[in-house]
Design a protein around this ligand. Structure first.
Ligand code: G3P
Ligand code: MG
Length: 283
């Protein structure tokens, strides 16, 4: 299980190893495996025809070449992943932007070679099926974040049911934890699959995190790094809760959070997170 003691201090590669490859794509997931991240963190959204895909934003401009494809711009610059069918989504290039934008300056620094970056061109947005086949084969843990669909018209938690169906089909329940900023989704998951470990994602400080997480039957609290203190972590641990913190890239900060016993360091650079955990365990 994700929550086993053997997984007490691990790295979660945020959107895959997105420092080194285009986020939420198969190259980023393969890179995370190569860097020995124990878990992948990634984001699930739905296409117009209800297919679960791995994609972070609602609009497609930041990480695809939709600007070059007028026929797909159904809502102009605001065209979202949910405005296109899977067939349309699969025509998008979700890798070229990494080479063009060098989002973490890894190409400039020479950590990612120009040839490697050029190899990302033509990368497609993965389906959840494709990703789960990789999880099954690699044995990696999966911190699956379900993106909130409320504002884009889904009030009936369709995405939750779709994700759970996939998890059953691929038989990866034991490798998975599900997190979401939509805490009503967590309630639905608990009703449908009570054994699934849940992570309470929050970008604002929750005053009584232990009580809050307990009410949601959550196994873990997933706060933003900005407001999390060592006392919070201690209190959550005393209550038997895991704490997985996002998104930490700075080496000093990674060391601090590792030193405080954070269970999951969610990082765009899982190799840095791994080093921090190793340094603390060997000191
Ligand atoms: O799961 C942690 C983190 O991914 C939450 O924020 O916006 O990167 O999905 P975001
Ligand atoms: Mg996420």
């Amino acid at each position: 299980m994700f929550t086993d003691k053997t997984n007490a201090h691990i790295t979660h590669a945020h959107r895959g190893a997105r420092g080194y490859a285009p986020e939420n794509t198969m190259p980023a997931f393969h890179k995370a495996l190569e860097l020995k991240a124990e878990a992948l963190e990634l984001d699930v959204n739905l296409t117009k025809d209800g297919v679960a895909v791995i994609y972070h934003d609602y609009v497609l401009t930041r990480t695809t070449n939709i600007a070059e494809l007028p026929a797909l711009q159904k809502k102009g610059e605001k065209t979202g992943i949910h405005d296109l069918t899977l067939e349309e989504v699969r025509t998008l290039d979700a890798g070229k932007w990494y080479m063009e934008n060098d989002p973490f300056e890894q190409i400039k620094e020479g950590t990612v070679s120009k040839e490697t970056a050029a190899g990302f061109v033509g990368t497609r947005i993965p389906t959840l099926e494709e990703l789960l086949a990789f999880i099954k084969e690699s044995g990696m843990l999966l911190n699956l974040e379900i993106k909130d669909q409320t504002e884009i018209g889904d009030q009936s938690h369709t995405i939750v049911h779709t994700v759970l169906e996939h998890i059953r089909k691929f038989d990866v329940k034991n490798q998975t934890m599900i997190s979401s900023f939509n805490h009503d989704y967590l309630k639905t998951i608990h009703e449908e699959m009570p054994e699934m470990p849940l992570g309470v994602l929050t970008e604002e400080r929750i005053e009584q995190p232990v009580e809050y997480c307990k009410k949601l039957h959550a196994a873990a609290y997933h706060p933003c790094r900005r407001f999390t203190t060592s006392d919070d972590i201690k209190a959550l641990h005393e209550a038997g809760m895991l704490v997985n913190i996002w998104t930490i890239n700075c080496e000093h900060e990674l060391h601090t959070f590792a030193n405080w016993g954070t269970n999951g360091l969610i990082s765009d650079f899982p190799d840095r997170a791994r080093t921090a955990i190793q340094n603390v365990s060997s000191s």
